[in-house]
Design a protein around this ligand. Structure first.
Ligand code: FES
Length: 103
């Protein structure tokens, strides 16, 4: 069962930027990458650094601490520091608000 929760207005998120939010008890990162919206855990699977502020290119975000790149579509990492994917969440826009399915 889906559980979409309202995050913040869609117009507040510029392209290739991200914003950390806490929704449903989870620390998430909402990203707009190449025009697409994504929501992922705001915690790197290497040493748990926040991904907020990481550089976004294409559909990837780079961890600010050691630079592992994660695919925002499926959470899969690139490189050798970690093989663990980060969780991804369905995201949508309803009435101008970004909503994330935190179920
Ligand atoms: S903590 Fe993210 S790459 Fe090391």
């Amino acid at each position: 069962m889906s559980a979409f929760v309202s995050a913040f207005p869609d117009k507040e998120l510029d392209n290739n930027t991200s914003r950390a939010v806490e929704l449903g008890g989870k620390r998430l990162l909402v990203c707009r990458a190449s025009g697409e919206l994504y929501a992922v855990d705001n915690r790197c699977s290497h040493q748990e650094a926040e991904l907020a502020g990481g550089r976004i290119r294409g559909c990837f975000i780079s961890c600010p601490l050691h630079g592992v790149r994660f695919n925002l579509k499926d959470g899969e990492p690139m490189g050798h520091l970690t093989r663990l994917a980060i969780a991804t969440y369905p995201v949508r826009v309803v009435g101008g608000m970004i909503e994330v399915d935190v179920s």
